[in-house]
Design a protein around this ligand. Structure first.
Ligand code: GLV
Ligand code: MN
Ligand code: MN
Length: 395
């Protein structure tokens, strides 16, 4: 099994590979389209009936002998910019390999089994996060013009997005890398996810006054970027002082007019805030808002905070967690339970079906970077447990 997993992961990684390391397969890009085509061929070769939905998510289906809702596994096919080899790709490759093995060894399933390559989860090209799973759950209510254009360029009709919604999924299970260092630290080879943290994405706009960098004395400046820098420090220190599992990240900063000899009149930065407890997440946000207000008033700046997207923490379904724990036990693996600090499609799909996730360790806790790796043994072990879980659910 290790060989086929590694081979398929290498093949996917090469699609969108960047000259200086890592890979980039943003939604509806050429690399994305090529990757979907490659996975479609794998699905067909495995004997799965393939379809693409209205947003470009690829499904591979093995019809069950019983009528009823499907058992689904898979993950997202897009990546972050300079992403690694496993985030998303593992769930697709492991899901396919597990289903293929089950079909070859156990024959036709009782429940319909599906593998899915979800078109987008990362929000790395457009602010689309969870585009595929939001379409599956019928939760896309607006389509920005740039996304609509990109869809049309791929032959997809934005007016038909609602056709992607599914109400015939019973259970979704996904194997993913942990993307953190907890499993490595504890020495466990596998975790059953208990819940996924809640996240808020905010955008802060700081407005000052653009002036000449050479002639404006320091005390007369209203430098938006210098103010933003103090706010960014506050974001970090508030999350630190609240303690684990609170995290806060400023991942994007833009200054205007973005010139070496002009004092920035405007600075815009994003904040990604996460916590497993919704009220703690909101408290974190509140403290950041009030600290930013203090910084702005001390420096004669204006500031506005806009909520871009917000997702509550989502527990995994207890029955699916039990199936995953039993699958680990049957496979002879001692599994831990853990909360996912990363976002996953399961948190969106939970609105429509039972969901569960398995994590395998990330070496050095590295992820969302080219160094993202998991040992081949852990990749195979996670796939075996996933396979056993699918067998328990579908046969
Ligand atoms: C997705 O990987 C996220 O957690 O932002
Ligand atoms: Mn990711
Ligand atoms: Mn992922």
């Amino acid at each position: 099994m290790t060989e086929i997993l590694e081979l398929r992961l290498d093949e996917l990684h090469a699609i969108g590979a960047l000259p200086d390391g890592g890979t980039y397969r943003p939604l509806y890009s050429d690399a994305w389209a090529e990757a979907v085509k490659r996975v479609e061929r794998w699905f067909k070769d495995a004997g799965l009936k393939t379809t693409r939905d209205a947003v470009g998510t690829l499904w591979g289906r093995a019809e069950g002998t019983d009528k009823g809702k499907s058992i689904v596994t898979g993950s997202h096919i897009d990546t972050v910019r300079r992403g690694g080899r496993l985030d998303g790709a593992l769930g697709i490759v492991a899901g396919l390999t597990a289903v293929e093995t089950l079909l070859a060894t156990k024959g036709k399933p009782r429940r319909t089994l599906e593998v899915v390559a979800i078109c987008e989860e990362e929000g790395s090209r457009f602010a689309t996060n969870f585009w595929g799973s939001r379409a599956i759950t019928g939760r896309i209510d607006k389509v920005d013009a740039d996304i609509a254009q990109a869809m049309r360029e791929r032959g997809l009709d934005p007016a038909k997005i609602s056709a992607a919604a599914r109400d015939d999924i019973d259970t979704f299970v996904e194997l993913h890398i942990e993307q953190g260092a907890l499993l490595e630290a504890s020495g466990a080879a596998l975790a059953v996810v208990s819940a996924i943290v809640g996240t808020a994405h905010l955008e802060v706009t700081v407005t000052g006054r653009p002036d000449h960098a050479g002639t404006t004395p320091m005390e007369l400046r209203r430098d938006a970027l210098a103010g933003a820098a103090v706010m960014i420090q506050a974001v970090e220190s508030v999350a630190r002082s609240l303690g684990k599992p609170a995290v806060a990240t400023v991942g994007r900063v833009r200054a205007e007019p973005d010139q070496i000899n002009v004092i920035p009149g405007r600075a815009v930065f994003t904040i990604d805030l996460r916590h497993s407890d919704l009220s703690a997440r909101k408290a974190l946000e509140q403290r950041i808002r009030s600290l930013c207000a203090t910084v702005a008033s001390e420096r004669g700046l204006q500031f506005a905070i806009r909520m871009l997207q917000e997702w509550p923490p989502v527990p995994m379904h207890p029955e699916v967690r039990a199936v995953l724990a039993r699958a680990a036990q049957d496979t002879g693996v001692a599994a831990e339970e853990m909360v996912s600090g990363a976002g996953h499609d399961a948190q969106i799909l939970a609105a429509r079906c039972r969901v569960g996730m398995l994590f395998v360790p990330s070496i050095g806790g590295r992820s969302h970077c080219p160094e993202e790796t998991t040992s081949p043994e852990h990749l195979a072990l996670g796939t075996h447990v996933l396979q056993r879980a699918l067998e328990l659910l579908a046969y």
